[in-house]
Design a protein around this ligand. Structure first.
Ligand code: B12
Length: 450
């Protein structure tokens, strides 16, 4: 590539709750492979944002700055906070970043990331910016850079969103079809030491897409119902690259439902065994479908260090109303198979979706009581409402619960009206009193109290 077409690109990982900077490293890898000069600035370990960021802007002199937005807000366990849950709004911090950039640089700012997708317009208005890219960035961001360098039309880049003169214009995102044929994520641009110090494990995405239609989840609409799979060889190449770049033998498979489609998961696990890979893997999302003794053996032999079984509910009526696509019997079979294995496993529940009552919660807890869950049970009470991609949100809007779109950007949580206040008052303590249970209580709004 000729010198003047090479751009200096700074990617800012703007998340300040501990998680692997997975999006930023995938995007940085793609930008580098397209021939540009790229650096990543990680906010997680910042001591003095203004000083550190201005130093990088002065030293590196980026021409383009991609701000990766993972979260709008998040909740973490904190026993000193009301209901044992600390709510963090990440928007002011991101505003601080873009304001510092604008005061100290003429670089073009491009927004992107999973926290940007649902709220492109709100973010552009909130930050007073004019450009972002929704959806997967591996192809779209390099295309934007190419057009910027060559003088092409940046407004027709797939996924681009533009705010101008009070107007707003959006192009549909174009999902990456050939995930194998993308650059390796640029973990080598990071110093992994501080991440390891915070117990963060590097993550690998083995596929995109979700064939399920859970009423509270946006993924199938966000990524499409058809799976786009990486080959086992590609997954292994990414994991080995992580080992070389970060020294971490452990990786997390970070997509929705690692074990769906099951044949894909099995092929990856077999490849790990055949290649005698010096790796350990875990996943935060195993769906209770097809978790048999054979599958557990495969997980064990391929170096599984942890799985979370995403049960969400073990009440048959709730599983049906949430359209989870499995039965209480399958939940039991999965728990039984995992219990017979040596795999350290935990389980997660999501309580409070439409139809939830004290009785359905009691049914769920009764099922779990029959099993020893070594890594504990993570309970989330209250269901986030992010986007109309969640069927539940569209339904809530029809029912008049959501009056205006902005409420979602400010944070809205659904709690079944079938759960009386007096019951909710007792619930967190009652759950925490159970061995190994952690409880995240998402408040319906900032001002909500029990
Ligand atoms: C894995 C995951 C987790 C894991 C992380 C573990 C790990 N090892 O990474 C765990 C379980 C810890 C987690 C926790 C939470 N998560 Co989470 N998580 C995800 C998940 C499923 C995948 C994220 C990921 O790594 N994807 C793989 C990478 C490659 O994709 P990506 O990040 O989207 O990046 C791509 C694009 O966004 C884009 N892109 C990214 N950056 C940029 C920058 C530019 C400039 C451009 C152009 C493009 C671009 O290109 C990238 C490559 O395709 C997403 C949902 C999803 N399917 O995206 C939710 C998601 C990110 N999580 C979410 C939330 C809310 C949380 C929690 C706050 C929940 C809570 N406890 O309250 C916590 C917060 C924890 C934290 N500390 O951050 C929300 C955020 C939504 C929002 N609007 O804020 C999401 C989107 C799920 C949802 N509800 O829709 N999470």
């Amino acid at each position: 590539m000729s010198e003047d077409l090479v751009l200096k690109v700074l990617i800012i990982s703007s998340n300040t709750l501990p998680a692997a900077p997975t999006g930023p490293v995938y995007v940085a890898g793609a930008v580098r492979e397209a021939g540009h000069d790229v650096q990543i600035y990680e906010l997680l370990f910042t001591n003095n944002l203004e000083r550190e960021l201005t130093t990088i802007l002065q030293d590196f002199q980026p021409e383009v700055i991609g701000v990766s937005i993972r979260l709008v807000f998040g909740d973490e366990l904190d026993m000193d906070a009301p209901l044992g849950t600390r709510h963090t709004d990440l928007r002011p911090q991101i505003k601080e970043i873009t304001d510092i950039v604008r005061r100290n640089s003429n670089a073009r700012i491009v927004l992107g990331g999973p926290g940007f997708n649902y709220y492109a317009r709100d973010w552009l208005e909130y930050l007073d910016l004019d450009y972002g890219i929704r959806g997967e960035g591996e192809e779209a961001f390099p295309l934007f850079l190419k057009r910027l360098a060559e003088g092409g039309d940046i407004y027709s880049v797939p996924g681009s969103v533009v705010r101008n003169d009070g107007g707003f214009q959006a192009m549909p995102p174009c999902p990456v079809q050939d995930l194998d044929n993308q650059a390796l994520p640029a973990y080598d641009l990071l110093d992994w030491q501080p991440y390891a110090g915070r117990q963060i494990t590097p993550a690998v995405l083995t596929k995109r897409g979700c064939a399920f239609a859970c009423t509270y989840c946006p993924y199938s609409k966000l990524e499409g119902k058809r799976y786009r799979l990486k080959s086992p060889q590609r997954v292994l190449a990414e994991a080995n690259n992580i080992l070389q770049s970060t020294g971490s033998r452990k990786v997390m498979f970070c997509e929705n439902n690692f074990n769906a489609p099951r044949k894909h998961a099995e092929a990856i696990l077999r490849a790990l065994i055949v290649e005698k890979a010096d790796l350990l893997w875990g996943t935060g999302d195993l769906r209770p479908i097809g978790v048999t003794d054979n599958f557990c053996r495969l997980m064990e032999e391929s170096g599984c260090f942890y799985v979370n079984l995403s049960i969400e509910s073990a009440s048959q009526s709730m599983l049906q109303s949430m359209k989870r696509g499995y039965t209480v019997k399958q939940v039991r079979e999965s728990l039984a198979a995992l219990s017979r294995s040596k795999i350290p496993f935990g389980a997660s529940l999501m309580l409070g979706a439409p139809g939830e009552t004290p009785e359905t919660i009691a049914e769920t807890l009764d099922v779990l009581d029959d099993y020893e869950i070594p890594n504990g049970v993570w309970v989330t009470v209250g269901v986030y409402m992010w986007t109309d991609y969640q069927d539940m949100v569209a339904e809530a809007r029809r029912a008049g619960i959501l009056k205006d779109y902005k409420e979602l950007f400010s944070g809205a949580v659904y709690l079944s009206p079938g759960l009386p206040r007096s019951y909710l008052q007792e619930l967190p303590e009652a759950l925490r009193a159970r061995r190994g249970y952690s409880v995240q209580f998402n408040k319906p709004s900032e001002s909500w109290t029990l």
